[in-house]
Design a binder for this molecule. Sequence first.
Ligand SMILES: NC(=O)c1ccc[n+]([C@@H]2O[C@H](COP(=O)([O-])OP(=O)(O)OC[C@H]3O[C@@H](n4cnc5c(N)ncnc54)[C@H](OP(=O)(O)O)[C@@H]3O)[C@@H](O)[C@H]2O)c1
Length: 291
Amino acid sequence: MRVLIAGASGLIGSALGERLGREGHEVRRLVRREAREGGEFRWDPPSGTIASGAFEGVDAVVNLGGQRLFPGRWSAMRKQQLTDSRVEPTEVLAEAVAEHGVGVLVNASAVGYYGNTGTSTVDESAPRGGGFLAELCEVWEAATAGAGDARVVKIRTGLVLSAKGGLYGTLRPLFALCLGGRLGNGSQYMPWIALEDEVGAIVHVLAHDEVSGPVNLTGPEPVTNAEFTRAVGRALHRPAPWRVPGIALKAVLGQAGEEMALFGQRAVPAVLERTGYAFRHRTLGSALAAA
Ligand SMILES: NC(=O)c1ccc[n+]([C@@H]2O[C@H](COP(=O)([O-])OP(=O)(O)OC[C@H]3O[C@@H](n4cnc5c(N)ncnc54)[C@H](OP(=O)(O)O)[C@@H]3O)[C@@H](O)[C@H]2O)c1
């Protein structure tokens, strides 16, 4: 298969590119700088330009781009940038997918779509929740509408566990210094997924023609923040005795602190399980050991 990846330099994109390459697929990368290596094609999402030939013979496009949601507060300007950095590129890619008759578009989204779900279990049939992240995910997913006849898969990813980056990669050094702790009252659910399964699930949806629409990319057993904190402490052989009060998170980080740290989603991977994806890491302990 010839697969074109946008956001290929990121945590998920680089791991996906490596895996597809190892499995004998041809990987092309869209880059926002000058192309330096074979297989790289320059694009400029705000102006909608893509180097010619990028889509030639491409079977699938995987879009994993977007400005980081953390750290820092979400000012009105930052929210606009977070939205633009996802919606504009997705629209450009969706149009190109339709124009070039590409068979499948796999587009990033997040479990933030569901808002704050408390203890209720949510699968892909759950409605959009409240909050900025939920609204962002809705417009991000809607931006794939121009993809024409392509099969569109909207991957609603949870917290990807890797020491190399993402939220866990950022928190891990704090836990290693015994500075880890619960966030708020610790009852919010954290739908984690091992990086290996994030990539494995993308390969799975690429290969399964029957999969389209929203797909939760989360491990089968989401845990509460309190359980997550204890598990990370155990995995790193460090106590994680602290508790960061919710009020402090909101005071320092505003809406970003509230939605990123205190909102929870007990999201389960119903579509992946139904279509036979075999998780490499079904439990948090196994995923943390790998990370
Ligand atoms: N990691 C997670 O836990 C997680 C969870 C849920 C959802 N997601 C979403 O999944 C996607 C991939 O995640 P990731 O962890 O691999 O992210 P990442 O490591 O931050 O990489 C994202 C990539 O997006 C591109 N990018 C950065 N700023 C951009 C901008 N202003 N406009 C367009 N593209 C930009 C960059 O690639 P280039 O420089 O190569 O273009 C960057 O490497 C992101 O949209 C993220 O929000 C991630």
